[in-house]
Design a protein around this ligand. Sequence first.
Ligand code: 3H9
Length: 714
Amino acid sequence: MPDLVRYDITDGVAVITIDNPPVNALSPAVWTAIDEAVARAGADAAAQAIVLIGAGTTFIAGADIKVFDTLKTSADSMSRSGGTHALLRRLEDSPKPLIAAIHGNALGGGLEVAQACHFRVAVKDARVGQPEVLLGIIPGAGGTQRLPRLCGAKLAIEMCTDGKAVAAPKALEAGIVDAIVPGDLLQGAIEFAKSKAASGQIRKARDIALTADQVKAGVDACAAARQTLTKTAKGAKAPFAVVDAIEAGLASGFDRGSVRERELFADCVVSTESKALRHLFFAEREVAKVPGISKDTPTKEIRRAAVIGAGTMGGGIAMTYANAGIPVLLKDVDDAALQRGLATIRRNYEVTMSKGKMTAEQVEKTMALITPTTTYDGLDQVDIVVEAVFENMDLKKATFAELGKVARPDCVLASNSSTLDIDEFARASGRPAQVIGHHFFSPANVMKLLEIVRGRETSPEVIATSLKLAKRLGKVGVVVGNCFGFVANRMLAYYMREAYLLLEEGASVEQIDRVLTEFGLPVGPYGMQDIAGIDVGARIRMYLKSIGKTRAEGPQSAIPDRLFEMGRYGQKTGAGWYKYDAPGSRNRTPDPLIEQLADEEAAKRGITRHPIADDEIVARITTALANEGARVLEEGYATRAGDIDIVYVYGFGFPRHSGGPMFYADTVGLPTILARVQEYRARFGDYWEVAPLLERLVAEGRGFYSDSASVGAA
Ligand code: 3H9
């Protein structure tokens, strides 16, 4: 095995190269090897200074995240972090100038190592950041102490609480980086190191003194940050812990601040929040690993696209392509529909511009990438077509039959259907290997999920192309199987069924929405349906009825169909589950009519409406998701439980700090989930049916992820 850390002397400078692909993560062995190499350089008469650099495409992307799983208790973490802090002090106490040479990313522990060096130089496109908070932890190797001393508390708080990396030029301006190297990084770093050796300059971040004014401004910034976080942190604890650690260092000095950092890190690293976020980090990377698709599977270059249908979804999809710089034809049946679609697209861009996120020039440039058309002319020039017509099988089949005639044989034929059978479209097109589902989530230009639906005959090349394209479009692509509703909407039917039944049993629309937003969802089921349109679900139910199917087993509430019949489609018509100030307004108030409908429907089913506890709402809805998720998994429509979590986190905003519905079920404990399904079956009827996989995992004492049946700790 090649050395994780190499040691060379170049031009009188010790060059220490970290070589731990793919991202030079700091495993325990790498920490030790860096420590030993810096000590060796300190004693090496041939070295007047030291440069620390990363091999490959990056400096250091942080501590090895997998290692955190070995910390079972806060005490484990306290004892380990003592060693890390001491190691970084040894680096900082090096008698010879120690320079970090940064390219790619210096993130988390990577930036903390760089902060313990005496100086930092970087190439222009390097990025530095403290993203720990995105993993539910805080910088644990001195970052909360050294960073504020280098760049001031305000920016340090910002970087450590939002986790976003900053570009090298900004880092230079802020004092995090000391110089930008224009040419070869190593060469520039060696020159820089020699100049520091010549002037005998050594600067230790931990010794940078703070004036009383700086301390006061820093403490005030901490108070302001806490206020903001109360609104933005959505139940997450780590961002507050970051602020506490920074404040401790400002108020009590580096040494005591460092101890506080270690304590807070130790609490965070064993929390369920951190386990959930670490799980999602790896789950998001796992989704790209699809059975039957290897790194060598050929992919097709997507240079031009077409979208069929300029409605809400079609327009959002066209924007997604244009935003990625891909020219797109937008087709609809007539000019009026096209003009409506284009006007909505322009309005959306103007809103973005009014927020300062786009310039007028960028808006025009992006709009120019979208070419409206009412014909199939030019379709033979595109590499992919995305069909986004109404959710109607006959219409979709007719569209695919036409596409089969006009598109090039190698063109990818994608459908944005949210529920229907991809294989039927595939047959209609006459070239099933080219057909695949690309299910975007509304608003398509915003939501990060792309459900990639693999049909029976979809070719590996088309799947691999879709995964690559998803990344280019800024989406997370998850490959799922072709069942009714695929993964997202199949499970959602069970979630919505429970929401409707809870309403009929006595909970109110406002209570259910409040409880679920408190749980961490951005919007509750009723608010969500008012945004998406009550008509969408109603039309799908009508179609299903026509072919003798239902979306979820068991009793179906009649209330959504009654609202549909009244023309109450949600926000767009000014009324749905709530009343709105006007059509299109988001200002909502409860509507007594819903209670009246719930009373009527409950009476028909012989139910006496009664108060329902908040906890029961969360339990019923999350249990419905986990039980159906287990079935989806067992039937093979999702490859891994983690894929389902990613679908729910990116498609519906399921709270990240709970790790997604499957991980959350594991934290609750699968025996509890099983007991609930059994209890609900006894209370509500046979439609509550235990998923066989759930039963089996509990019998084997396992969870969806863990060997023990619960991963919950804190
Ligand atoms: C920390 O540092 C705490 C400190 O305070 C110290 C406390 C003592 N560890 O994302 P990619 C893997 S916490 C382990 O696809 P990209 C990743 O799983 C850490 N593995 O590439 C993947 O593996 P595979 C703070 C890691 O080019 C492969 O590398 N740091 C780590 O799209 C490629 O990753 C962070 O949070 C890691 N730290 O993006 C940064 N990082 O091929 C986390 C990556 O088997 N990392 N892997 O699927 C990132 O944000 C991105 O990976 C990065 C590259 C931007 C670096």
